[in-house]
Design a protein around this ligand. Structure first.
Ligand code: AMP
Ligand code: GLY
Length: 429
């Protein structure tokens, strides 16, 4: 099979790495990819090829898939999905993995998602959806201002404002609905009660009828140790988490996925792809904070080293609606990923800093350095984004996996490198 993977981050490197292990694959491209993806191999003499087409350049992506007779295109990021890449490829008779535009609304519209959860009894925060600032302020006041105010649309992960007073909530509402801080993405908002608890990531692979739950993972969203600093795309993950037993996980999964699937059927939503609920484990039970409609980044980096199935077979079953015939198999190994980011991230940062120590780090046992924002410059690999690397390792327990990941991080240097030193620390007590 000939595969095309769309995207250029650590998630896409992990996808390419795992897909390249499948005997079904004869050739693989990644658009646009990164320096680490360009070094992946299918066989000793067959490399993965990066093509310089942006993830949102749909006409060129369609033309490329047609020219190369791609058998399966795999979409990594949220934006192309929200913009309808799946519908467009399908219109051209091209096989593609990911939710169509209607199904991708679970991530592209927080208002849609929140209203859907209310309609179908999915456990979530007490909430309201608003286009009118006065009505929104009234609701926020009923929560004493202790709430999360969320722009409806995609806002590069910045559209959620956590408020602790009525004044703060009013300001957040005005910023989004009146001053249009997030433009059209903030034409509507969701307000949720503030929930306390442990936040985990769930993933389920779906084929329109069946949803197969993954083990748990936990991300670390804030930039600095101790969950301080600004929100980021994610600074590190590990899987599984110790916060749910197997049977608790399956109960939580059921409480979310059963009504979600029923709701999808009732509303004619044909979801093929990953549903990724962000869940808060509160003292009143698990509550969904949001839905994403794609693999998490950096959750993918800790899931795929544990996955024992052939990923091409899984994604094909997700496209074809045959997931009920497949059992997901996970290694009992625990995995951990530490993100190394550019100095200044998630604010502004420099690019083009040479990265040293990649070969040394990558040759450590049970370790894989996934690239995110990297590029090749002559003989060197240089930084090319905010999140630069996802240094991932696995072992029989979390303490060892974490120690291995940090040992690899110690081998890598670039000017301004920043990373959290407490990834998975809470899980170890
Ligand atoms: P979201 O993109 O909706 O997941 O929100 C981004 C982050 O804000 C989440 O990962 C949580 O850490 C935090 N957050 C969102 N909603 C709430 C809430 N209702 N209560 C507490 N924290 C929240
Ligand atoms: N890990 C956060 C995200 O993928 O949205």
């Amino acid at each position: 099979m000939k595969l095309l993977v769309i995207g250029s981050g650590g998630r896409e490197h992990a996808l390419v790495w795992k897909l390249a292990q499948s005997p079904h694959v004869t050739r693989m491209w990644c658009a646009p990819g990164n320096a680490g993806i360009a070094e992946e191999r299918l066989t000793a003499d067959q490399k993965v090829e990066c093509v310089n087409i942006g993830a949102e350049d749909f006409p060129k992506l369609v033309a490329f898939a047609q020219e190369q007779r791609i058998d399966l295109t795999v979409v990594g990021p949220d934006n192309p999905l929200a913009l309808g890449i799946v519908d467009l490829f399908q219109k051209h008779g091209l096989r593609i993995w990911g939710p169509n535009q209607k199904a991708a609304q679970f991530e592209a519209s927080k208002v849609f998602s929140q209203d859907f959860m209310e309609r179908h009894g999915i456990p979530t925060a007490k909430s309201g959806t608003f286009a009118n600032a006065d009505a929104a302020k009234k609701f926020a006041a009923s929560l004493n201002g202790h709430c999360a105010v969320k722009a409806d649309g995609l806002a590069l992960g910045k559209g959620v404002l956590i408020c602790t007073s009525i004044a703060e909530a009013n300001q957040a509402i005005d910023e989004i609905l009146v001053s249009k801080a997030f433009g059209i993405a903030g034409a509507k908002i969701v307000i949720q009660e503030y929930l306390e608890g442990i936040e985990i990531s769930l993933h389920a692979l779906c084929d329109g009828k069946t949803a197969k739950l993954f083990p748990t993972a936990q991300d670390h969203k804030r930039a600095l140790d101790g969950d301080q600093g600004l929100n980021t795309g994610g600074m590190g993950t590990y899987s599984p988490t110790p916060f749910l037993t197997e049977s608790q996980l399956s109960a939580v999964g059921k409480s979310i996925l059963d009504p979600w699937l029923k709701g999808c059927t009732a509303e004619g939503i044909d979801f093929h792809g990953i549903l990724y609920p962000g869940v808060m484990l509160t003292k009143n039970g698990p509550k969904v904070l949001e839905f994403n409609a794609r693999f998490g980044d950096p959750e993918t980096q800790v899931y795929l080293p544990r996955l024992e199935n052939d990923l091409v077979e899984l994604l094909s079953a997700s496209v074809d609606g045959t997931l009920d015939q497949i059992n997901l198999k996970w290694s009992p190994m625990v995995s951990a990923c530490v993100v190394m980011a550019s100095g200044g991230y998630p604010g502004s940062y420099a690019k083009g800093k040479p990265i040293a120590g990649l070969t040394e780090a990558g040759s450590l046992p049970h370790t894989k350095v996934f690239h995110a924002g990297t590029a090749r410059a002559g003989n060197e690999i240089v930084t090319n984004g905010g999140r630069v690397l996802g240094v991932t390792a696995w072992a029989e327990d979390l303490a060892k996996a974490r120690a291995r990941a940090y040992a690899a991080v110690e081998k890598i240097q670039f000017d301004g490198a920043q990373f959290r030193r407490d990834i998975a620390a809470k899980a170890l007590g």
